[in-house]
Every structure is written in structure tokens, then in C-alpha cells.
Write a protein that binds this ligand. Structure first.
Ligand SMILES: Cc1cc2nc3c(=O)[nH]c(=O)nc-3n(C[C@H](O)[C@H](O)[C@H](O)COP(=O)(O)O)c2cc1C
Length: 170
């Protein structure tokens, strides 16, 4: 199984990206997982842009989705919503339809009240609009994890939840 694991953060040094790296490290060899943290570099989507040459970073992103069996999106919450970079990425794949019927596991990884629930709701609305196959949802809380600027350790209880959710992507 090949999974594309997209970080929804706009930050270069992102705890959401670190969490995806930690998941990749702990998954067994049956699962090939690519952590993708480039949506922060996407140009702003404008409908007219679809008539021009599609930027290389966007066609690469679309190809990566097409070449994956399933997707994980792990995102922080910004101003009670998903980060603009994540919404922008979803707009770039709206008319091209790469998420159509794709198995997707949305994860929020946030530090404070209301613990990502607005971002999750918003992400679910957009994924439904894209006709994605949402296998489950996983709101995770940073306070439950051991973190430092370089690494995140996944506690056993959270690992069980993540493992079970990832199994649904198969
Ligand atoms: C512009 C901005 C708005 C934010 N708004 C929220 C919010 O509404 N709710 C929340 O739980 N955290 C909010 N945060 C905190 C982020 O969720 C938190 O910093 C998160 O850990 C960032 O993830 P990252 O390390 O992957 O970038 C906000 C952060 C930024 C930069």
C-alpha cells in the first residue's frame, strides 16, 4: 500500500509534519508512506490559472495523489478553520478530481481548545465536496505527545488509534 501523507501546516518546521514522519517511522514495511510538506509553496489558486500551463509543483502534487492508493492529511487549526495553504491545495485539485473516491484519513493535531474540531469540520466539508472516501477521522492533541523541535514520540494509546485508522486505508 502506498500512502501520500500531506501536512496541512504553513510552517516550514511543523509539528504536523513531524507527526507524519513519526507515523512513517513506526509503520511496518507493508506500507510505503511519503510525507509531503510542500503545499506551503503552492501558488495561490485562481480559476484563470487552469487555462494556462499548470505549475510544475501542482502537476507533481496531482501525480503523487494519482500514484498513491490512499491519503493522510494531518493539519493544524488556524483561526477556527483549516490553514489557507490546505484550502488552496484542495482548490487546485477541485476540477481535476484527484480525490474522487480516494481513501482519505483526516487528522487534526492541535495544542489548545477547541482542539481542532472546527478545522476537522471544515476539512470534512471540503473532502465531501471533492467526493473523497473518508475512512474515519482522528483528532489528536499535542498535549498527549512528547514533543521537541526535532521529533515527536507517539504514546501507545495514540499509536493504537493511528494504527487502526491507517488499516482502514488498505
Ligand atoms: C494563524 C494561526 C491561527 C491559529 N489558530 C488556532 C485555532 O483556531 N485553534 C487552535 O487550536 N490552534 C490555533 N493555532 C495554533 C496552531 O494550531 C498550532 O500552533 C499548531 O501546533 C501548528 O501546527 P504546526 O506546528 O504543524 O505548524 C493557530 C496558529 C496560527 C499560526
Amino acid at each position: 500500500m502506498k500512502i501520500l501523507a500531506i501536512s496541512g501546516s504553513a510552517a516550514e518546521k511543523s509539528s504536523n509534519t513531524l507527526l507524519l514522519n513519526a507515523i512513517k517511522t513506526r509503520l511496518n514495511a507493508d506500507v510505503e508512506i511519503e510525507v509531503y510538506n510542500q503545499i506551503r509553496n503552492f501558488p495561490l489558486f485562481r480559476p484563470e490559472g487552469l487555462q494556462n500551463q499548470i505549475p510544475e509543483i501542482i502537476s507533481d502534487f496531482r501525480n503523487k495523489i494519482n500514484n498513491s492508493n490512499s491519503i493522510i492529511i494531518c493539519t493544524p487549526e488556524y483561526t477556527h478553520n483549516i490553514p489557507a495553504v490546505l484550502k488552496n491545495a484542495l482548490e487546485w485539485i477541485t476540477s481535476s478530481g484527484e480525490f474522487n473516491n480516494k481513501k482519505i484519513l483526516p487528522i487534526t493535531f492541535t495544542p489548545q481548545s477547541p482542539r481542532g474540531e472546527f478545522a476537522m469540520q471544515s476539512l470534512l466539508f471540503s473532502l465531501q465536496a471533492l467526493n473523497a472516501n473518508i475512512v474515519t477521522q482522528l483528532p489528536l492533541y499535542k498535549t498527549d505527545f512528547k514533543t521537541n523541535p526535532e521529533k515527536i514520540e507517539i504514546p501507545d494509546e495514540e499509536w493504537q488509534m493511528i494504527k487502526e485508522a491507517v488499516l482502514l486505508l488498505g
